[in-house]
Design a protein around this ligand. Structure first.
Ligand code: ADP
Length: 351
């Protein structure tokens, strides 16, 4: 089976088995010819089964979206599905809630929000972990001052291997950045990154966590689909700057989570870099990137506005110095404490 196609197909969940169609055994074949043409054979007990037809259409839609230039043929063969047996060992069983942090574009502060939200939740007494899955710009290791950390592996008596996460400010941290150099990021597209993330998710010794925050890559893509597939995500937080909020990327991100087959609640939007206040004029707010965009978008899309965070020098300095500003600047802590409370509330309260 072609790896790229397999990845794409793993994003389709069968409504009955509640598993992706690859592991459920509905995909017989998924190949790409040298001319780029695509041939996919699905196997269903009955070709006329409404689920089979629906899944076939979904496959065709995804192929047309992803490979608009290629000719694609999707056929159904009448045969019993062959579920793949994946005896999955996973270290995620004691994680109560997984929260994905997403953004339409890079550079809007998604990683900064993840780090500060983690610290705010920790200050609320929760056990918190972060999975930095942003293969294009992993930065949590820097934000928490553990760039040089080399994860140790440990074996238990049964021979299962675990990866030991870094710890900083009481937060467990596993980052794809521990394994790749920033210049390697391009190489990590597709299958390799997905396999590495699979390992980081299921082999990290997370222990008992109330919240695992996942710093996703910007945009929407294979990595997102695969993480959605691997982890039971309880909700998603969208980060945007005022000028980015209504653009197609953010809307697409929200739609990805809300898609019927994904069905992850969007907990709300954080508007980052919402305004600037100079030290010497503490009552003045300058809306450098526009005003009220996130509030308007959130209202129109029926999503909560979790908070507006202004541009504050300590936020930037904290990221540089390896300690998120929520840990030392009371102004920043207040913004993030409110966001953390809303996130917990929108997830339905404590575990
Ligand atoms: P992303 O993860 O979306 O690519 P980052 O979190 O890396 O973005 O943020 C980009 C840059 O902006 C970083 O240098 C960060 O320190 C800075 N930054 C983010 N939010 C703020 C803020 N509210 N005030 C000041 N600087 C910020």
């Amino acid at each position: 089976m072609n790896e790229e196609l397999e990845l794409l197909l793993r994003g389709i969940i069968h409504p009955e088995t509640e598993q992706n169609i690859v592991d459920s055994g509905f995909v017989d074949r998924a190949d790409r010819g040298e001319d780029g043409s695509i041939a996919i054979t699905l196997r269903f007990q009955k070709a006329r089964d409404p689920f089979a037809q629906k899944i076939k259409r979904r496959v065709e839609e995804l192929l047309a979206e992803r490979y608009p230039e290629s000719s694609a043929m999707v056929i159904i063969r009448e045969a019993a599905p062959k579920p793949r047996r994946r005896e999955q060992q996973t270290t995620t069983t004691d994680i109560c809630r997984v929260v994905a942090i997403a953004s339409g574009k890079g550079g809007v502060g998604k990683s900064t929000v993840t780090a500060n939200l983690a610290v705010a939740l920790r200050h609320r007494g929760y056990n918190v972990g972060i999975l930095d899955a942003d293969i294009y710009g992993p930065s949590q290791n820097k934000m928490f001052g553990v760039e040089g950390y080399v994860p140790d592996a440990e074996k238990d008596e049964a021979g299962n291997e675990y990866i030991i996460p870094a710890q900083s400010l009481g937060i467990k941290l596993m980052s794809i950045g521990f394994f790749i150099k920033p210049t390697d990021a391009l190489m990590w597209r597709g299958g390799m990154a997905v396999n590495a993330l699979h390992q980081l998710i299921h082999q990290t010794r997370w222990g008992k966590l109330d919240y695992l925050l996942v710093d996703l890559p910007p945009g929407t893509g294979d990595i997102h689909l695969s993480i959605i597939n691997e982890l039971k995500i309880s909700g998603a937080v969208i980060v945007s700057t005022p000028q980015q909020v209504a653009v197609a990327d953010v809307v697409r991100g929200v739609e990805m989570f809300r898609h019927a087959q994904v069905n992850i609640p969007v907990l709300g939007v954080v508007e980052n870099m919402a305004w600037f206040t100079p030290e010497e004029l503490p009552d003045n707010k300058y809306y450098i990137f526009g005003r009220g965009g996130a509030r308007r978008y959130a209202e129109a899309a029926g999503i909560d506005l979790l908070g507006e965070v202004p541009i504050i020098q300590s936020i930037m300095e904290g990221s540089e110095d390896g300690r998120p500003a929520t840990g030392f600047d009371p102004r920043v802590e207040e913004y993030y404490a409110n966001i953390a409370d809303k996130v917990v509330e929108n997830l339905g309260g404590d575990c």
